[in-house]
Design a protein around this ligand. Structure first.
Ligand code: MG
Length: 315
């Protein structure tokens, strides 16, 4: 067995002004991180998680190895948040899959509500269990899965990376088969699309990871795109399969992110205005141009006030 084609895509979605997701699509390591926190802290947390995984990923083996990687990422985010008050409380989800191509063993580790799925034959199976409030309520029989999907607290997670000095990681290994297609995604995909919609988008794209990833992002946006959407897909093929077309050099999210220490006052101000503009979500349908103009006006006015205060202070 070997890893076939692979693709990763991330998209801001239609409602958020920033993308706080990050991903890794560097065979044999695949991962998604969904950051949270004020200012640009969510971006920093997700970027740190991706960078930590990427750095050590090549020497890592098995479920224990993946869990150790995630624990190390947790430590780095936690330490950064202690050293930079602007990132206090930042955190991120992470779901990582590491493939041992020779044996076909896929090690999966996760914290939070980013998910791993397996499409085998015609069946899409969710491999991870969300660390979320609603997942716990479903588990204990308080909510049905359908109620959980509509629950106002459905995006509240009960475990995150970086918010505590230590973290408990769920990690396991599963045996892949030729023809398997794995999907790792943020909740911006899974909250927007049913399992049926996910598998039908992948089938319609002829299981081509790149086309399927684009189709999934488009479908999530068509359903409202209420959150950042990140999709990583990879296939397992047998050794005899023709070589895949070269995977385009991924642009690791981590490398384009500023270091937390480099946050400028403007970032903080812009984010402050964003939270005002983006939080009271207008209508389900018409958030388009009007909302963006209002957000822009707010950003500009916050900057003007900031400059005025600065000017007065200097004088
Ligand atoms: Mg999200």
């Amino acid at each position: 067995m070997k890893i076939g084609r692979a693709a990763g895509v991330t998209d801001t979605g239609r409602r958020r002004l920033r993308n706080e997701d990050a991903f890794i699509c560097e065979p044999p390591l695949f991962a998604v991180a969904d950051g949270m926190g004020g200012a640009r802290a969510g971006e920093v947390a997700a970027g740190l998680a991706a960078a930590a995984l990427e750095e050590a990923g090549s020497e890592t083996r098995g479920a224990e190895g993946v869990a150790a990687l995630i624990v190390e990422a947790n430590k780095r985010i936690w330490e950064r948040s202690l050293n930079d008050p602007r990132t206090t409380g930042m955190g991120t989800t992470v779901t990582a899959a590491l493939v041992d191509a020779a044996s076909g063993a896929v090690a999966i580790g996760h914290v939070g509500d980013s998910r791993a799925y397996l499409l085998r034959d015609e069946t899409l199976e969710q491999l991870t269990t969300d660390h979320s409030l609603v997942a716990e309520l479903v588990e204990s029989g308080v909510l049905t899965p359908e109620e959980a999907e509509r629950h106002p607290q459905r995006s509240a997670i009960t475990r995150a990376l970086g918010t505590e000095p230590t973290v408990e990681v769920d990690a396991f290994t599963m045996q892949a088969e030729p023809g398997d297609l794995f999907l790792v995604c943020s909740d911006g995909l899974s909250a927007m699309l049913s399992d049926e919609a996910v598998s039908s988008a992948i089938e319609t794209a002829d299981r081509d990871p790149e086309r399927a990833a684009d189709a999934l992002v488009a479908a999530a946006n068509a359903r409202g795109g209420e959150d950042n959407i990140t999709v990583v897909l990879f296939e397992i093929v047998d050794d005899q399969a023709p070589a895949p077309s070269p995977v385009p050099e991924p642009v690791p999210e981590a490398t384009v992110l500023p270091e937390a220490g480099e946050l400028t006052e403007e970032d903080v101000q812009v984010e402050a205005s964003e939270s005002v503009a983006a939080e009271p979500e207008p209508s389900r349908h018409g958030a388009g141009a009007g909302g963006r103009v209002a957000a822009l006006a707010l950003i500009v006015s916050v900057l003007v006030v900031g400059l005025l205060v600065l000017y007065l202070a200097v004088r």
